[in-house]
Design a protein around this ligand. Sequence first.
Ligand code: PLP
Length: 378
Amino acid sequence: MVVSYHRPTKVIVDLAAIKENVSIEVKKQAGKRDVFAVVKANGYGHGAVPAAKAALVGGASGFCVATLDEGIALRESGITAPIIVLGIVEVAWLPLILEYHLAVPVATLSWLEEAALYMATQALTGQLLLHLTVDTGMGRIGFRDEAEILVAIEKIKENVNWVFEGIFTHFATADEADQTYWHKQNQRFKKVVASLPEKPRYIHASNSATALWQEDCGNLVRLGIAMYGQNPSGGQLEAPYLLRPAMSLESALVQVKAVPAGEGIGYGKTYETPATEWVGTVPIGYADGFVRKMQGFKVLVEGQPCEIIGRICMDQLMIRLPQAYPVGTKVTFFGQNQDKEITVQEVADYLGTIHYEVICLLSDRIPREYLNTEGILS
Ligand SMILES: Cc1ncc(COP(=O)(O)O)c(C=O)c1O
């Protein structure tokens, strides 16, 4: 993807906010639990490496990613702290898993059997860090059968270079006020952990929502959305401490014109000017992850809410301005503009989705600009 530096559209990431959000959680855990920063999906759109470095300064002691490549990218940036890949990695990539010293999940006995065979036939050596994953009710990856988990541990022990480093599960409803299902999952996980003949180094189940609102579990927290300053429940539950949003999205007006009454704006002429209107054009579109459904929502210009009119194009959109503003005037899609703010949550509500999706969808075409980099990136 070509990053478009030569236009005013940019994602601005305040690394101090990430550092502080992590540091609050680290302090709260008071040495009882490690906090691993979840930097998958390019650090939820913030940039995985800068986010990881800010989290490290905030006291994170390791990282979680979704894919092998994301783990490799962190290692290549110089990060030496433990990294857990949360998604299943094919056995064929064992040479890379070993080379980059990444911990990987084990969800089936067949994976272990294939891995043993692969390592033997390829004469692979090196320490393989394994985390057994337990499906307690998410229905995604992991063992459902307790007996199989015990067999898996035996199989791990049979291989001298394999380390049973962790066991984990993932909660489906930790961000909801009704805790019934969360408790059911937690009880199942506790039962599995209690049945283990020996405890691994890491026992982990907590995502952000669990860390914020549920009873503590395990000895490692996988902190994702909260480190980026977003409330995991989308505002349904009040966060026990202030989460500082790290990301804002802004651009600038590239053309401003008066359009007479009765004229169409955008593809399909879905908007017609009811009177002469000031129309501003902004260089962002659905190819940037600013989706067409945002038509009709607002942006901020000089602290004024301005409606997005007409269909959003691939690379540009149009807004109705209360007056003529000069080309180059800042346009805020979310974040602060003068004394006004649009939150990512408001955007998500408008789209009928969750804030996770809004920030993760912002494409790599948009450059990321970092604030408060001192002591983090330099
Ligand atoms: C297995 C796992 N752990 C932790 C997280 C982090 O969750 P959150 O961003 O809600 O903290 C995720 C995110 O989807 C995940 O899939």
